[in-house]
Design a protein around this ligand. Structure first.
Ligand code: APR
Length: 230
């Protein structure tokens, strides 16, 4: 019998318990930085050192942290379910925990690419600085979707979401589009579980939406218990 297809949309809150800052919580990443200065093509053109250092700091921190219980529980779900993770996060903690189907909507912190050829992508763990260039001498940049840039994986994400039998949304404020629009692509009647300790989504917005006001670690195991009863 085919395993039930669970689609999981995750955001920065998924990695909060691993010690990575979210963006819009108090003392979040965007509190200390001007988004357009550190996460936009204009910002990169204007001050590449500032932008590269912003991502170097996050990359260094990523290499120091580990997946949390929520990441591990999602990976363990693959025993009983067909789990597809669609993440807004650029960390690789879902992969480290063992999830096998992870789609990154906003890019990956441990990859860089040529500013000239977007298909020239390399795995990269060390700092990236001005002067790190591709074989034709073009500067390398973080393989991250900056504000104002296209989300290349969006069509794939929509196709996956349309096939969901259950949608889990974990640790996202649902303020950034097009990622936040994915909730509208599930078929009518698909159960939606929304895990966030400070969720602001109105339950009335979606009849099949159940809010679990808990952290990712506590919320995922609660949803697994619920799903095992269905
Ligand atoms: N467990 C679950 N959720 C949590 C936890 C936790 N331990 N801690 C915080 N949260 C929730 C917050 O309540 C908030 O709703 O995680 C959410 C984080 O929201 P944001 O900081 O806005 O992060 P996110 O939604 O992922 O941002 C989306 O915005 O800046 C861009 O590209 C960036 O991918 C990012 C996108």
């Amino acid at each position: 019998m085919a395993k039930k297809k669970i689609v999981v949309l995750t955001g920065a809150g998924m990695s909060a318990e691993s010690g990575l800052k979210t963006f819009r919580d108090a003392n979040g990443l965007w509190e200390g930085h001007d988004v357009m200065q550190v996460a936009s093509p204009e910002g990169f053109a204007n001050d590449p050192e500032l932008v590269l250092e912003f991502y170097n700091q996050r990359r260094r921190q990523l290499l120091e942290v580990a997946p949390n219980k929520g990441h591990h529980d999602l990976a363990a779900m693959e025993t009983d379910f067909d789990v597809h993770i669609i993440t807004q996060n650029v960390d690789n903690l879902h992969e480290q925990a063992g999830s096998s189907k992870v789609l990154h909507l906003h890019g990956e912190l441990l990859k860089v690419r040529s500013t000239e050829n977007e298909n020239d992508i390399r795995y990269w763990e060390k700092d990236l600085i001005v002067g790190d260039v591709d074989q034709n001498g073009h500067q390398l940049r973080p393989h991250i979707v900056w504000f104002g840039e296209m989300v290349p994986q969006l069509d794939n994400a929509i196709a996956i979401t349309k096939k969901a039998e259950v949608l889990l949304i974990i640790g996202t404020s649902m303020q950034v589009y097009p990622a936040a629009s994915l909730i509208h692509y599930v078929r009518m009647g698909t159960p939606i579980y929304f895990i966030d300790p400070k969720s602001k989504v109105g339950a009335s917005d979606f009849p099949n939406l159940q809010i679990i006001s808990k952290t990712a670690s506590e919320g995922v195991s609660e949803v697994i218990r619920m799903l095992q009863k269905t």
